[in-house]
Design a binder for this molecule. Sequence first.
Ligand code: ZN
Length: 180
Amino acid sequence: MAGSYSDCAAKVGDKHAAQRPTSVKIRISDKSLSFDYAHFLPDIEKCASIHGHTASLDVEVVGEKTGPGLVVDFGVLKRAAREVISELDHKIIVSKRYIESKKGGSITIRFLGKGGGYRITAPSSQLFIAPFESTIENLAAYIAESILKRLPRNVEYVRVEVSEGVGKYAESIVYREENV
Ligand SMILES: [Zn+2]
């Protein structure tokens, strides 16, 4: 099961370097591109209780230059990345498979983790419900895809490297549909 999560990110990166000869790569790396989150991964023993991470991003974008000679304005790129991570920041990131019930503004999640069963009810505003397990690989792919959706059409692909702590990284490359 754990292997399939990693495969998800690996597949995204397989179609490597479809960069056109005239394309240019730009990159942002900024301390403000970080976010804190809590999560749990019941299928992975060490991560099977709720715990937290501080994640940080490096974002690379490849595309044809337009206008005065820009792939995308650094400010636009930074804003897109910040928008995406603000949805995740200080949230409990939960796969939708763990939702037991929804009532009013609250969601109850349930899973079998370290030490036994967990049932947690929290305001829905404090949860980020994802269609995937909250592995760093899946988060990297989600973040790259979400940033790409916010960027102009000349951008061919986005590569995101996410760190979930010292020495732990996941990288995902997501291509714009028509370039695949
Ligand atoms: Zn974790």
